[in-house]
Each structure stands twice: as structure tokens, then as C-alpha cells.
Write a protein that binds this ligand. Structure first.
Ligand SMILES: [Zn+2]
Length: 265
């Protein structure tokens, strides 16, 4: 298979591919706590795998993954939905019970790095279509990417698009470290997942204790005891289901991008 990872290509190969299709993918996501059962790189690793798949299907090249992302303090309403009192100062998924902090960059750092990348890709390398493949759903993280997307698109120099490797993007789910991410990691990097690091499935998973949070809780509709819903329980994740889910997710992204980039129906 043809190499799509830009860091392995010589100048002439990059120019040749750009002539065929001036499309480039930029995978991004932070090293972030995803429960004791998943590696820190869930978001960027999923973004990277998605970007490589998309480039193989649609053409274009893939930049080295940026292991950066940002978060900010949670609102009292969100904290209460998760199961806290609402008065705590908690940034992103860094809940007090976690054994290791996430490496969230400052919001302004993410913005500066992303802007420099976009500028260079457009001005120095003359790419016309840039797809940010983003693995992380932090609200201010998304806001930075969407702001840059709008700004670059308004210049009429190029097309910048953000996609996320989640089922039914852009509607998508907002869950964190639940079944979707766990099952896809089992499919992509089986050796990195350790379900035994979580308590037995008979016990419910408290959001506060594990920093594992389902979609409806993030949307302000928690369960009465602020635990992860069974249908999103990461302990019930299966590798085969993960593979099917991942394939479906990527196929949806291919049709989404075909429409967005080429106006195809
Ligand atoms: Zn994640």
C-alpha cells in the first residue's frame, strides 16, 4: 500500500501527491485520562487511525499526529450532572480520584499551534483542503478548532474542515471512556485495553470515581445515582463489536467528506 504518512515521504513524493489531490489530514487529540482500563492516547490514536483510513479512501496525505488538546473548568450544572456538588474546580476529565493527570495544553497554546500548522500548510505547502481529524470533545477545544476553521474558510484560500471519529458525526455522542471508545481501542490496539482494571460488572460505575461518563449525563440527564448506563458500560465492550462500530464510523466519515469536499451526493 502506498505510504500516506507525510513524515516518511521525500519532497517529490509530496509534490506529486499534492498535484493529484491537494488534500491533507491533521490528526489531533490530547493525552488524557480515559479510566484505568484505557491508554492515555485514546483520542489522538483514534484520530490518527481514522485519518490514515480516510487518506487511503479519499487520497491526500496525513501529517504526524499532534498529541495536544485543551480543556477548561466545568460549569456547576455539568458538575452536578456528573455527581459532584457543583462547587468544585475540575478541569476536563481530571477528577480528584484519578491516579494520573491529563496533559491538557492551555487553550491559547492549542490555538497558536493549530494556527501555525494551518498557515504553513496553506502558505508554504499550498494545500487547498485541510481536514482536522479531531479525537477530543472538550467544549473549548472544539471552539478553538471551529473558530480557526471559520476564519480560514472566510479567507477563500482553502477549505478547512473538522471531523471527529465518532458514530453519526456531526450529531455524534459525547460519552467519555465508555463502550464506544473502549470497543474501538480493543479493535485497533487490543493489547492496550485492560478491562480487569475496572471493578466487576456487577458493581455500577460511579462517574465521579472513575471519570467515565456517558452521553446523556454530559447532556444534563444523569441516572439517579450518577453511574454509567449499562448500554454504555465499558466493561461490556467487545472487540468484534468495536471493529464493526469503527468500520461504520469511518464509512460515514468517507461519505460526509466526499459530500463536503467534492460536492458529491
Ligand atoms: Zn476520548
Amino acid at each position: 500500500m502506498k505510504e500516506r504518512r507525510l513524515q516518511f515521504l521525500r519532497p517529490e513524493e509530496i509534490i506529486e501527491e499534492r498535484r493529484k489531490n491537494a488534500l491533507i489530514f491533521l490528526p489531533v487529540g490530547p493525552l488524557e485520562w480515559h479510566g484505568p482500563h484505557l491508554p492515555l492516547g485514546v483520542d489522538p490514536l483514534r484520530a490518527e487511525a481514522a485519518a490514515l483510513y480516510l487518506a487511503r479512501r479519499l487520497g491526500g496525505l496525513v501529517l504526524p499526529t499532534l498529541f495536544i488538546g485543551t480543556e477548561r473548568e466545568r460549569s456547576p450544572e455539568m458538575l452536578r450532572s456528573i455527581g459532584f456538588s457543583g462547587a468544585e474546580y475540575i478541569v476536563g476529565m481530571d477528577f480528584p480520584a484519578n491516579s494520573l493527570a491529563s496533559l491538557y495544553f492551555r487553550e491559547e497554546t492549542l490555538a497558536v499551534v493549530m494556527r501555525d500548522f494551518l498557515e504553513m500548510l496553506v502558505e508554504k505547502w499550498l494545500f487547498e483542503k485541510i481536514v482536522i481529524v479531531n479525537g477530543h470533545g472538550g467544549e473549548n477545544h472544539l471552539a478553538v478548532l471551529v473558530r480557526l476553521q471559520k476564519e480560514f474558510n472566510a479567507r477563500k484560500c482553502c477549505r478547512v474542515l473538522m471531523v471527529m471519529p465518532t458514530l453519526n458525526y456531526p450529531r455524534g455522542a459525547w460519552s467519555h471512556a465508555t463502550m464506544e471508545e473502549t470497543a474501538t481501542l480493543m479493535a485497533l490496539y487490543p493489547s492496550t485495553v485492560k478491562l480487569e482494571a475496572l471493578p466487576s460488572p456487577k458493581k455500577k460505575l460511579a462517574n465521579v470515581g472513575w471519570a467515565i461518563v456517558d452521553d446523556l449525563t454530559f447532556r444534563g440527564r444523569p441516572t439517579a445515582d450518577h453511574t454509567v448506563r449499562r448500554k454504555e458500560d465499558p466493561r461490556l465492550a467487545k472487540k468484534d463489536a468495536g471493529r464493526r462500530l469503527w468500520t461504520e464510523t469511518l464509512q460515514q466519515l468517507v461519505s460526509f467528506l466526499r459530500k463536503e469536499l467534492n460536492g458529491e451526493k
